[in-house]
Write a protein that binds this ligand. Structure first.
Ligand code: SF4
Length: 288
């Protein structure tokens, strides 16, 4: 029997002028966002603040992670003009902090690393004031791909661990993926970047599992963390095992800070790019 949604997960939809501006620019430039493709519950509030997270390399993911709402299947070839279009929309919207992510593209020889790098470089050329956060896939652990990302010099490198290790088999991930993800964060830290990760909870993990996972992230050199509630994306997906209360999220935030993260956002509707600029500013002395 599926758990019924608690009242704190009721989402209020509203549209401001900013929301319509973001929506029309994305439509005119035929750009995708993870906000839409992952059916993010924060779309009203983020777009009304003029913030969206760009999704590059299409909307079909080559992996089958069962917690995620993004469509799976054979992707289309990348659009070589996508970096320019994203940079132009960022300029038109006056975005000072841009978050770029992609579906996982195991079909591409470089996993899409060069597309990420070209996007960062094009944004930096057209909008030199804009800081860029990249939320990257694991590139199957390729150091070559990671170096392409590092050379493009984004301000923040994010890579999501998603759940504790013992939950990986239930979300269709191999255990080796967990260690590959920790290694990516470690490499990014060693290369001098601000690093970030995200956990999605309510999939059957225990508090001890979460603490261990946060310890693993801190040990790898992860600076920033987001923690949010898993919401079952389709009827076929794994049901929600637990709805955490706002108080439990607040406790986890406190615990994460105690363990050594520089800044944490934790709450039922938090997603990895939620309040991204705010989180970055909390952890850095850089003024934007
Ligand atoms: S939290 Fe991120 S993905 Fe969700 S609406 Fe906001 S910017 Fe988009």
């Amino acid at each position: 029997m599926p758990l019924s949604k608690p009242p704190w997960l009721k989402i209020r939809f509203f549209e401001s002028n900013h929301y319509s501006e973001v929506a029309s620019k994305l439509r005119n430039y035929q750009l995708l966002t993870i906000c839409v493709e992952a059916r993010c519950p924060n779309r009203s509030s983020c777009w009304s603040e003029g913030t969206a997270t760009f999704l590059i390399l299409g909307n079909r993911c080559t992996r089958q992670c069962s917690f995620c709402a993004v469509a799976k299947g054979k992707p289309l070839p990348p659009d070589p003009d996508e970096p320019r279009k994203i940079a132009e929309v960022i300029k038109l919207l006056g975005t000072r902090y841009a978050v770029i992510t992609s579906v996982t593209r195991d079909d591409l020889t470089d996993g899409g690393a060069s597309a990420f790098a070209t996007t960062v470089e094009t944004i930096h050329q057209l909008c030199p004031q804009t800081l860029v956060e990249l939320l990257i896939p694991d590139f199957q652990g390729s150091d070559k791909a990671l170096n392409v990302i590092f050379d493009s010099r984004p301000q923040v490198i994010a890579h999501n661990l998603e759940t504790p290790l013992n939950v990986y088999p239930f979300i269709n991930r191999k255990e080796e993926n967990y260690f590959c993800s920790l290694r990516i964060i470690k490499k990014a830290k060693e290369a001098g970047f601000i690093t970030k990760s995200a956990l999605i909870i309510g999939l059957g993990e225990s508090r001890e599992d979460l603490i261990k996972t946060m310890e693993d992230l801190v040990e790898a050199g992860c600076d920033l963390l987001t923690i949010g509630q898993y919401l079952q994306p389709t009827k076929q997906s794994r049901p929600v095992a637990k709805f955490y209360s706002p108080q439990e999220f607040a406790d986890l935030e406190k615990e994460a800070l105690r363990l050594g993260f520089k800044a944490v956002v934790s709450g039922p509707l938090v997603r990895s790019s939620y309040l991204a600029q705010h989180l970055f500013l909390k952890a850095s002395s850089c003024a934007i």
